[in-house]
Design a protein. Structure first.
Length: 107
């Protein structure tokens, strides 16, 4: 019943009671929880981010870890399934105005 192996080979097809690591940034499942020899769950560190381009920004001196929990609680908290937030637009205002002037919707 407490089998640490995933029930399916494809990502995103976990049972609600399985323990998984979650990626808060991309809102995806990283993988099933791994166990140590003592029976405790292993902490899985988040890979270091690329150096920030903002000068003067402080670097984190501590290591961060992926949160883990049951798939049911992680999908509710991080919203793996269902409606996602809109992605920020990738066009500038000048590009949008130019297109609006060329292709008016009222013509």
């Amino acid at each position: 019943m407490n089998d640490p192996t995933p029930s399916a080979s494809a990502p995103g097809t976990y049972r609600d009671e399985e323990l998984v690591y979650a990626d808060p940034e991309s809102r995806t499942v990283v993988g099933p929880v791994e166990w140590s020899k003592s029976g405790n769950p292993k902490s899985r560190p988040i890979p270091k981010q690329a150096e920030s381009s903002v000068p003067g920004e402080k670097k984190r001196s501590w290591r961060t870890y992926f949160p883990w929990g049951t798939y049911r609680s992680m999908k509710r908290f991080f919203r793996f399934e269902g409606k996602q937030k809109k992605v920020d637009p990738d066009k500038t205002l000048d590009q949008v105005i130019q297109k609006a002037l060329e292709q008016a919707y009222w013509d």
